[in-house]
Design a protein around this ligand. Sequence first.
Ligand code: CP
Length: 318
Amino acid sequence: MTNSKPNSLSSKHLLGIEDTPMADIELILKTARSFKEISSRPVKKVPTLRGKSIINLFFESSTRTRSSFEIAAKRLSADAVNLSVSASSMGKGESLIDTARNLESMNPDIIVIRHSAAGAPRMLVDYCRDCSILNAGDGMHEHPTQALLDAYTILEHKESLSGLKVAIVGDIAHSRVARSNTILLSKAGARVSICGPPTLIPPGFEHIGGQVTYRLEEAIDQADVVMMLRTQLERQSEVFYPSVKEYFDLYGLSERKMKWAKPDTIVMHPGPINRGVEIDPDLADGHNSVILEQVNNGVAVRMAILYLLLGADEETEP
Ligand code: CP
């Protein structure tokens, strides 16, 4: 599973932040900085990954991640194929493993997978011997590229991740974004405050570096970054709070509550946003918000990851 290419990631796959060393995280962020400028050129394309092919295999809905991977691949001149569950043979009873092995028979260089089952990308590593596997979100487990683009975005506004106070607020229980961010940010030396209703915070977040509080004021007091999470109604089979109004009153972010944070606090959200449920619409569009910057940076960060997994040994600097 290790990668022997020079100036490259230590693994052939990117499955999660938990097993990604800090040196790899720093290399991805540094490489993304050099790729970002390509997207502002009149011709947004370099030949870096010409001849490489990437399959985006998405078993859950996605707007940002899927299009971002496709755009990233195309900006590097790789061929990108998008396959969603409705268009795949899984609807005809084919297993995930058979689907992946059939796709690998066509010699892609990377399979990017999003799946509702935690561990699905890890399982593919055992069955797809030749290509790299890239986790685009697996169940409630990890969403490593989101945490990397979030770290990149924070570093465009703050000098260092180390020493920052970052509040992650909302539906922690169903959030792979919360897990990946908590692991990355605490590895980098940030203080991570985890906040939400007790019914939406699972045990164990302290073990991955989070400090749990059920009080929003305590979480965002003097915070440098406030990361709001979507209430994931599609993952909830029970009701975890009495009403949307009560949820917003206690845990929704508004201008009034932002006074508890620092004046230059940035407001983040991985999207999609439920306006008026977890965040006031004016705040989502306000001057502290970096939500669309996160989406923009996602392309550069994913270009960097594709490049480091595939092209870094071929003297194909952008
Ligand atoms: N942030 C994120 O994963 O968004 P999508 O579900 O639209 O990909």
